[in-house]
Design a protein around this ligand. Sequence first.
Ligand SMILES: O=C(O)CCC(=O)C(=O)O
Length: 250
Amino acid sequence: MSKTRIHDYFHPYTRKTTTPSTSENTEQCKPSRKPSVVKATSTPPGLSIIKSFIDPIEETQLLAFLDAQTWRTDLSRRTLHYGGTYCLMAPRSASPSTRAQIEGTILTAAAMPPEFQFIIDRMLSQGLYTPDTIPEYCIVNEYTPGLGISAHVENFRFGEPVCALTLAGTDDMRFHELAGENDGSVRSGKAAKAERTGKRCDVKLERRSLMVMRGEARRSWQHEIVRGRKSGKTLGWRRVSLTFRTEVKK
Ligand SMILES: O=C(O)CCC(=O)C(=O)O
């Protein structure tokens, strides 16, 4: 059978819904431990957090919908992808021939589901997007204790803003200021090499809040969910994020 969709490559995987936890809303900036420390006195320019972007009932309904889906399990965290075509990255364990085959294939992700429409409508009504820049892509990430995402900048193929909705659990996102703009997505190879100023900042992503990244925050700061951090995250804790992106129109 020829493989044309994401799920042709990966086995279905389901797990039980877990009880979310809450945490305080605080933002902290501190110097990194690198020798070239520059103290961050404020959050990255262009970053904003809209608290209570959705209500608890909407959150419960979204999680029920997401938990009923077949998730991809090729990364360390579970993911779901929506919004048409994109190039699939190979799992780290892939043999060279499988890697070449996967990376050379443009796969079709499911369309944006109707269950996300109210989020898009709200982002439009709050002026985050316009009818010309409606977000076409959404990646859903699930983090359980110890999991994270490496520091990266959103691929410049995507326009602004990049918006991430947090469900189920609150966590910090760490920002690292770069010496210059850098188009360094996680697996581009550019992210790890990007020169940093040493300035860093931890921003609290509260449950049900929307993070909006524009300008410098989006182009000149890497963002990261630090792996291995388990403090306060008891068994069953998780954070689920929905990251919305729009493509730059040519
Ligand atoms: O989990 C998040 O809020 C961010 C996810 C992210 O940075 C990504 O999918 O590239």
